[in-house]
Design a protein around this ligand. Structure first.
Ligand code: 5GP
Length: 235
């Protein structure tokens, strides 16, 4: 497979066309941003680690019946994925109050939620990714109701599968963000990545943060946390 033109460059990844029209090559960068792009930095080897961790989770999901865009890893920082038409939504699932939910509802970080919470955010840098509900999404034609049903079904399945797997590695899955696209048959398919960039992982015993919050809040030990996650998942 040959790497073609850059199709899209985001904050953490570059998507390249390939000589196979239904496949895209994703390159994972070490660049990190936070606070709606206001904070920039580099997390050494993050691209390598996120490529490996995403591969681990996409394979885990596949073995549990959840398909994603993932096809194969082709180098340290690159995976080949299915070309999808992306839906401009961030789908967040939460098990424990943290981050923006803790702030919005005045809850102490770490407060367990009685049921998992699913939230939608509109992917728009211009608007600062505002929160949406199903009515907004249908009203501005981002997705249709049967697609949202499918997205929610997949998101909650992902939650159960990841939570159970992580528990066996002494990690609590606090929350995570997923993205979805439509394939050539308009089927909803899980996309993007699953890594410490877009999940909150806490050590079960100590509640030590093993994710991007260490970068967001200048806590130090960022590289070590990403490495620790990879080690726990794959050793
Ligand atoms: P919060 O809304 O609390 O900031 O984030 C909830 C979860 O979604 C966290 O696991 C966070 O990592 C993830 N998340 C939310 N927005 C983004 C985003 O724009 N980029 C990335 N990489 N993750 C996000």
């Amino acid at each position: 497979m040959n790497k073609g033109e850059v199709m899209y460059e985001g904050k953490a990844k570059i998507m390249y066309a390939t000589d196979e029209p239904d496949k895209v090559l994703v390159y994972f960068k070490d660049d990190a941003t936070a606070a709606n792009g206001e904070k920039h930095g580099v997390i050494q080897d993050k691209g390598i680690i996120n490529n490996k961790i995403s591969e681990y989770f996409f394979k885990l999901l596949k073995s549990n019946g959840i398909n994603s865009h993932f096809i194969e890893v082709v180098s340290d920082r690159e995976m080949v994925v299915k070309l999808l038409r992306m839906i401009s939504l961030e789908v967040v699932v939460r098990n424990v109050a943290a981050g923006s939910l803790a702030k919005r509802l005045g809850l102490e970080e770490g407060t367990p939620l009685k049921v998992p919470v699913l939230e939608y955010f509109y992917k728009s840098d211009e608007l600062g990714d505002p929160m949406l509900n199903r009515y907004h999404i249908m009203a501005i034609d981002i997705a249709r109701v049967h697609e949202l049903d499918e997205i929610e079904h997949i998101a909650f399945c992902v939650n159960t599968i990841l939570k159970d797997n992580l528990r066996s590695k002494n990690i609590d899955l606090i929350d995570f963000k997923l993205e979805f696209g439509r394939d050539d048959k308009d089927k909803i398919v899980l996309a993007d990545e699953i890594s410490p960039d877009n999940c909150r992982f806490w050590d079960m015993a100590t509640h030590e943060k093993l994710d991007k919050d260490r970068f967001r809040h200048d806590m130090g030990g960022v590289e070590e946390a990403y490495k620790e996650m990879l080690t726990r998942l794959t050793m």
